[in-house]
Write a protein of this length. Structure first.
Length: 147
């Protein structure tokens, strides 16, 4: 009996250690190319990159954020969790900003697979996918969200 309990505890610990680096309840994970030196970011840093208040990672390298397509439930979850607003509100932000000061919204990937393919070829890219997406076939790594 004691051996089974130890195995169960080890299994629970293993799951906890290898769980996606996001808050409980987040349905997305943030990913970058495996050679990107950044390992963690807070939500404000993420929001600032995707809303283009800043154009660089904390390492000083230029960042190339990429969103998922309109209508994606993962994009909506990311917008609400990181930007604290709906995808519709973020699109409105970009419309106003384009006319006021210029600039373009991040590019959009038509699928999570296409987003991962883009990240695989661009060490400066940053994006997000569903927590259920298998990322093992791509040279990407998870970014831990620290707040």
């Amino acid at each position: 009996m004691n051996g089974k309990l130890n195995i169960l505890l080890l299994a629970i610990l293993a799951v906890a250690l290898y769980a996606p680096p996001a808050y409980a309840g987040d349905t997305f994970i943030v990913v970058v190319h495996k050679d990107n030196p950044v390992d963690s970011m807070d939500r404000k840093e993420l929001s600032d990159l995707f809303l283009r208040f800043t154009s660089r990672f904390s390492s000083g390298e230029e960042a190339v954020p990429i969103d998922l397509k309109d209508g994606s439930s993962t994009r909506e979850a990311f917008s609400k969790s990181v930007h604290k607003r709906s995808t519709k509100a973020v699109k409105w932000y970009w419309q106003k900003r384009r006319f006021a000061v210029g600039g373009n919204a991040p590019g959009q990937a038509t699928s999570e697979t296409n987003l991962l393919r883009f990240l695989a070829t661009n060490t400066r890219a940053i994006g997000y996918v569903s927590v259920n997406t298998d990322i093992e076939a791509f040279p990407v790594k998870l970014i831990r969200i620290t707040d």
